[in-house]
Write a new protein. Structure first.
Length: 261
């Protein structure tokens, strides 16, 4: 049996929503169980059953990596079954809080009526990075929100940069990132000369910042530093469920992670 045959056989064992959720999981580096339940539109217990099925099929792994529910991420066979060429690794411990926040942002945006009616689509940082040149130093947004040309909204055809801000950077650094996002004209991975080419329309019509209470003052001040350009920066609060549960509420074991999804 060829690898293609094995992948086809594996996907046949999954329902359509399972496939979409596995792709979502892979594109976000991994998701926590409660967020997987939202993606699937089911209870946490049913999502646990889905994660177990994925693990039994060799498509995913799960472990308790930090505070809160266990994490689920795609394995190498799981990525191959989705047609994705990412590296199969668990979410980095140093990025768990950020990954959860970005996932919460994506879920909130995708739940919006305008998003669904317009059939907008999300292009995440992992997908952007996979198509970029190695060694590229450009700042990558946490995601891009693409609005189809035919969408019945006034911003049809636009691409928005999405940033989830959990912690404070300096005002200078935040302003620098904002300017870079708004000045960009080419796609990520394009030749350097096309990245910010004078006379071409900007890639990002606007940048949407979703901020924690800690990061909000800095982001607001940075937008103010942009002058008229700041009109293309929109600032909102992060979704209520964007934060990891407080570590003090649950002791994180130092033992090897257990398969408990």
């Amino acid at each position: 049996m060829t690898n293609s045959d094995r992948q086809a056989q594996t996907l046949t064992a999954l329902a359509g929503r399972d496939i979409d959720a596995l792709v979502f999981t892979a594109e976000m580096y991994g998701v926590q169980l409660d967020q997987l339940a939202v993606v699937l539109g089911v209870s946490v217990e049913r999502a646990r059953g889905v994660a177990t099925r994925w693990r039994n099929l060799g498509l995913a792994e799960s472990a308790r990596l930090g505070p809160g529910p266990p994490w689920i991420w795609a394995t190498r066979p799981g990525l191959a079954a989705c047609g994705l060429r990412y590296t199969a690794v668990p979410p980095a411990l140093s990025r768990l809080a950020h990954i959860r926040a970005v996932t919460a942002v994506r879920l909130a945006l995708e739940a919006a009526t305008a998003y669904q009616r317009a059939r907008a689509f999300w292009r995440g940082e992992r997908r952007i990075r996979s198509g970029a040149r190695i060694g590229m130093r450009d700042h990558l947004p946490d995601g891009e929100l693409h609005w189809p040309d035919e969408a019945a909204v006034s911003w049809a055809g636009e691409c928005w940069a999405i940033e989830a801000e959990l912690t404070r950077k300096t005002v200078a650094r935040t302003t620098e990132i904002m300017r870079e996002l708004l000045a960009r004209t080419g796609d990520y991975g394009c030749p350097a000369a096309q990245a910010a080419e004078p006379g071409r329309p900007p890639r990002h019509a606007r940048a949407l910042y979703l901020c924690s209470s800690a990061a909000l003052p800095t982001v607001v001040r940075a937008r103010g530093e942009l002058g008229p350009l700041g009109a293309r920066i929109e600032i909102r609060n992060l979704p209520a469920d964007a934060a990891l549960p407080l570590a003090s509420r649950q002791r994180v074991s130092t033992a090897p992670p257990a398969h408990d999804a």
